[in-house]
Design a protein around this ligand. Sequence first.
Ligand code: HBI
Ligand code: FE
Length: 262
Amino acid sequence: MKAQLRGDYSRAGPDYAVEQDWSSYTPAQHALYRRLFERQAKLVPRYACPEWIDAIAGLESAAREIPKFHDVSRRLRSATGWEIVAVPGLIPDDAFFTHLANRRFPITVWLRRPEEFDYIVEPDVFHDFFGHVPLLFDRVYADHLYEYGKGGLKAIRLDAVKMLARLYWFTIEFGLMRTAAGIRAYGAGLLSSGGELGYCVDDPRPRRLPFELERIMRTAYQIDRYQDTYFVIESFAHLMRETAPDFTPLYARIRDLPLLHS
Ligand code: HBI
Ligand code: FE
């Protein structure tokens, strides 16, 4: 059983949606959010993929204070048809995949405590917003997430969620992209991390492997430390192409094979 999740799930609906209740954030919380933003703002010009850099330019409101989800959803809907759904934190797979399959991205409403400035176990509003929302303004990335959501509902039926979760981990959370200027990060866990964002691009220790779906689905990922293996896509169009086929035969082929330890 998952350790006790810290969000307030008491007012969540059947789809786990809650009100953001923006007025409940304190000035101290907005200030902490701003410090987190400013820490990453120093790093992203050097380490973030161009699509993230382009998108954040249109989200200047997100720099000063915890963003108002409704305001951003309005802009997001006209850009790619997506919107933010406020959630109390991690939600069950079927609810999560159902939101993605309806072009809604779940964003946690609570912010970490000051002592969690450098590391947090569960995704909070800073990880979710800063790491995930800007790329939803990129049409190809957003279309991939939509397909991922539909694929997730199918994976539940095929009892293949653990394999599919590795794809999400090594792309949406910790993915790297090759660009003309060199390797850049597009994974939300990287973009929102004070230490791993520089490490994943600059450090000689981790392996940086070309994107390979079967290898990704067989690679165990690290939960509470920097990854020692990253996978590199050529572009979001490349990610889209590589994940377009039906995964059913792939699940059947690798289901009982041993994990490859990165
Ligand atoms: N819930 N709020 C939230 N955010 C996630 O990223 C998330 C989730 N529930 C399930 C989940 N991710 C993963 O297990 C799936 O991607 C497999
Ligand atoms: Fe995330």
